[in-house]
Design a protein around this ligand. Sequence first.
Ligand code: P6P
Length: 336
Amino acid sequence: MARKNQTLGEFIIENQEDFKYSSGELSRLLNSIRLAAKVVNHEVNKAGLVDITGAAGDTNIQGEDQQKLDVYANEVFIRTLTDRNIVCGIASEEEDNFIVINSQDENHQNKYVVLMDPLDGSSNIDVNVSVGTIFSIFRRITPVGTPVELKDFLQKGDKQVAAGYVVYGTSTMLVYTTGKGVNGFTLNPALGSWYLSHPNMTFPEDGQIYSVNEGNYLDFPEGIKKYIKYCQAEEDNRPYTSRYIGSLVSDFHRNMIKGGIYMYPKSTKNPEGKLRLLYECSPIAFIAEQANGKSSDGFTRTMEVEPTELHQRVPFICGSKKMVEKAEEFMRNFKE
Ligand code: P6P
């Protein structure tokens, strides 16, 4: 049972028995993510003071300029997970291919893989707007004792063992689910401990906030355009409020607390959408559904999309159940 102000470490241990055959490996994995997030938080919080903001002079597989904090966060999470010999493989937005973790005795006995966006929203770093880390955890499907393979990562969202995000905002929070609801922990930087501040987080069934980059409006599918005009209409409890930070984790976190919908539809510029299925949409969708929210590409539930590529992009609609259902209704009625 969640107790207010319980520490994350206590919470992980007390809920460990939720996992049949748990060997404590998942707990150790969550603890290593907790540690890495603290290290990244320390750098994010002083980004303006040291020469670690700004472009790293390189680009990732997405063709996006890698910000120095992107590279730093990626290295911290990979090193923390590798040094503790907890996972058999890692995939990251910042890595072209997945990483095979050779356990110390080379026997690949670890059974979990982690996929992550180490620092999402990094274009906000230099303007001091909140950013986040997103992670997704699967049990490997290839035989333990053999090197991890691509198919261990290309799993549907329904197969996730755990998923979470860190939002480096006015305060730093770690929000995650293991399939038993969603709980949010706030970091006390003075003590270096995470405290249960948001037990059993639940999406309001309806909401009045819509989050979308309306600069792409002319490029959107007809159904999305009609839904945006529905949000802006003066009737019932509308017009809604438009709030778009440009950082998925921050927009999602606010919408989960206040009620709302986040949309990143496909467009001419992004014919498959912009967000990546495996380490952005899938973990956020898992959290949304565990919080009684909803997530789809407008037609197919995000957690049922069959992955085909590591950095695959999908259209993404996620948030309060009634708002997502209304957007899906417009997508069906104006299907192109
Ligand atoms: P745009 C950040 O790059 C990100 O992946 C999400 O965090 C954010 O919601 C979206 O892309 C912003 O994209 O095209 O609106 O700037």
